[in-house]
Design a protein. Structure first.
Length: 186
């Protein structure tokens, strides 16, 4: 984690330290993959200052920074981290599918993550995970989810959660609700 992030659009965002937030992260030594993955679970050191950030600015051709940080802002959060690689991958997926995508969840502080029942080492707290909303009211929700899943794999996203893990029952039928993808580095 460096004190500045540069997004695919060229937007440069200076980041700030927040030791209290950094210290709220779990220690990397307890991660589910052991010592070999310790560096992938290093605590985030620098964050976007949401009071000063240009959230209306584009981070890629079709996405605004606000799409990644608004859930945090709505919860009263003042800091966030959004990895440039996951933004680049989201843009590639959107371009490949040729249709808009809706980010339902991106960065979560460790506290927010606990509140929603997220995994202790969720990639959302590291800023490199995105959940893409799948409109459950559409009859083709599962097909659309599979298309997002396939496109994510095609563009080289590190991890895409199996669609069966993100399904809900709608009128007696299992339908995909979201597609989780992350750039965990392995």
């Amino acid at each position: 984690y460096l004190p500045q992030v540069v997004y695919p659009s060229g937007l440069r965002v200076d980041l700030v330290e927040d030791r209290g937030l950094t210290n709220s992260y779990p220690g990397s030594e307890g991660n589910p993959f052991g010592q070999v993955r310790e560096r992938h679970y290093a605590r985030v050191l620098y964050f976007i200052d949401l009071a000063r950030a240009a959230v209306a600015e584009r981070v890629s051709a079709n996405f605004l920074l606000s799409e990644y940080v608004n859930p945090t802002r709505r919860r009263g959060g003042i800091r966030a981290y959004v990895d440039a690689q996951v933004v680049a991958h989201m843009q590639q997926i959107r371009s490949g599918l040729g249709r808009p995508l809706s980010v339902s969840s991106a960065y979560r502080s460790p506290e927010h993550n606990r509140d929603v029942g997220g995994a202790t080492f969720s990639r959302h707290i590291y800023g490199d995970a995105v959940d893409v909303d799948v409109d459950q009211t559409r009859a083709d929700a599962n097909i659309r989810a599979q298309e997002i899943f396939n496109e994510a794999r095609d563009v080289g996203v590190d991890f895409v959660l199996a669609i069966s893990e993100t399904s809900v029952e709608v009128r007696g039928e299992q339908r995909a609700s979201w597609v989780h993808l992350d750039d965990r580095g392995f």
